[in-house]
Design a protein around this ligand. Structure first.
Ligand code: SF4
Ligand code: SF4
Length: 479
């Protein structure tokens, strides 16, 4: 695998990027000609090429030395988890066509109007409280997810009450969050405001945009009921609304990035988060339906950017390329050493393949069936434990399983140009079940052309918005 690659930008500038050192340089195009010996160039560029070669550029890259996962790493991340999320109920009062627990998908436990067991939830909370040091600084996040969590609002009230009791024994700063379709929001507004809940409301844009989100009972579009509740909350609690309420939309064939952002901003003065339709764990029978509904987020953003919209500067930081630029400046560029200074001391970096979190490192999800999962975005077969009489975490078994995945996946990652900066979770790879088979592939695998295109995209964006550099370094690199 080559260590240094040339790439261009939209403005036809030429750059040299060195993977090993994470150095990106604006260079004269003749340096590329000198390096590739494709024509006659001034001796200055041949000399410069020779100099860079002596400094270690252009050599074949050595293979990455991936690190090893250990039992103690897993134990540590599990018992110090920063977040617990409860699958409050598996029931939802909406019946969205693209629901990840609906007909389009597989890989989740059967949905049969099951509410979470409050005793299991209390056991998990007690376990986490017992293992954490008393602290006002290190917050514990407690999240409520579903189904529609407000369908089991009683559970949420009980948990907040229980946490208040636990906090009397050991003070730990707790913050709550909830993801809701807002159909029952009117019943819990005061409670949320009192307990400073961060609320993420699912709203796909205007009435037409939102039409896949139908009410289970009558099949009608839920738009009017959602809007009525959200408007009411904004009217009654404007200051709270400003700080604690956010929106999330799913992108599909009935909306676009432009329509979503225009609607949410005009009505609520907020920039919505937008997620594309999930295309893993699709049910084979309905794959075609999902593909028909799917809309590519990057393409929809590009369409939006072509328009003369006054909203563009406001939503700028929500664009995928802006986020890609954050990644680039944080992990692919020399700025990496600002936040990882000790890595300069080592000859070889030891990283784990992919960007999968260690179990518990980001959160622990407790399901209505008493299973523990690393988050709500992965197939339910990737359990990391369960709650019965007690919290059961089979750390040796989890370690063996993750080692098995890492051992095999790294054979592919070794040849991938993103292997030092991969941001894919292996538990979301389509073929992880076949990781030890010959025909295993990673759908995100990136060759030199892929990396060149990525760098083209990111550097073109940076050339267009140079001030983003300072904003990102200040807000995301130097923390
Ligand atoms: S998607 Fe993967 S990396 Fe992200 S929180 Fe879930 S398990 Fe961790
Ligand atoms: S994109 Fe796929 S192959 Fe490449 S490093 Fe990430 S997980 Fe490995």
């Amino acid at each position: 695998m080559a260590k240094s690659i040339f790439h261009t930008s939209e403005n036809q500038n030429t750059y040299l990027y060195d993977i090993r050192s994470r150095l990106s340089m604006l260079v004269h195009p003749d340096l590329k000609i000198a390096a590739e010996e494709t024509g006659e160039v001034d001796s200055y560029y041949r000399g410069k090429y020779g100099y860079l070669k002596n400094c270690g550029f252009f050599k074949e890259g050595e293979s990455v030395k991936f690190g090893e996962i250990t039992e103690s790493m897993i134990r540590d991340s599990l018992i110090h988890t920063p977040q617990i999320t409860f699958e409050t109920t598996d029931f939802c009062n909406l019946n969205c066509t693209y629901c990840s627990f609906g007909e389009l998908y597989e890989g989740f436990d059967e949905r049969n109007h099951k509410n979470i067991d409050i005793d299991f939830a209390k056991k998990l909370l007690r376990f986490v409280f017992n293992n954490r040091p008393e602290s006002k600084k290190q917050k514990l996040l407690i999240g409520f997810y579903g189904g529609e969590p407000l369908f089991n609002g009683k559970f949420i009230l009980q948990i907040v009450d229980f946490v208040d009791q636990l906090k009397k024994e050991k003070y730990i700063e707790v913050e709550y969050n909830i993801t809701t379709n807002a159909l029952l929001l009117h019943k819990y507004m005061d409670f949320f405001v009192k307990n400073r809940f961060r609320i993420l409301i699912s709203l796909d844009g205007n009435r037409k945009n939102h039409s896949y989100r139908s009410v289970r009972k009558d099949g009608n579009n839920s738009f009017d009921r959602v809007i009525e509740n959200v408007d009411r909350m904004q009217y009654l609690y404007p200051v709270y609304f400003e700080k604690y309420v956010r929106f999330n939309a799913v992108l599909h064939d009935r909306n676009s990035v432009k329509e979503i952002q225009e609607f949410v901003y005009e009505r609520y003065h907020k920039v919505s988060r937008i997620a594309p339709l999930v295309m893993v764990d699709l049910n084979k029978k309905n794959e075609v339906v999902a593909q028909k509904m799917y809309r590519n987020k990057l393409e929809s953003e590009i369409d939006f950017q072509k328009e003369e919209s006054e909203l563009l500067p406001t939503v700028h930081e929500e664009f995928s390329v802006f986020k890609e630029l954050i990644d680039f400046l944080k992990y692919y560029s020399l700025n990496y050493y600002v936040s990882n200074i000790t890595s300069l001391l080592y000859e070889t970096e030891k990283i784990l393949p992919t960007s999968t979190c260690l179990p518990g490192q980001k959160k622990i999800l407790l399901t209505t069936h008493g299973k523990l999962l690393p988050c709500e975005r992965v197939n339910y077969k990737y359990t990391i434990g369960e709650i019965r009489e007690d919290v059961v975490l089979n750390i040796p078994e989890i370690t063996v399983r993750y080692k098995h995945y890492y051992h095999h996946v790294q054979k592919i990652c070794q040849h991938c140009f993103l292997n030092r900066f991969c941001n894919n979770c292996m538990l979301q790879l389509k073929m992880l079940d076949q990781v030890d088979k010959k025909d295993f592939v990673c759908e995100h695998f990136c060759n030199d052309k892929g990396l060149m295109y990525k760098l083209y995209r990111v550097l073109s964006f940076l050339e267009k918005y140079p001030l983003d550099f300072f904003k990102i370094v200040e807000n995301h690199v130097i923390l």
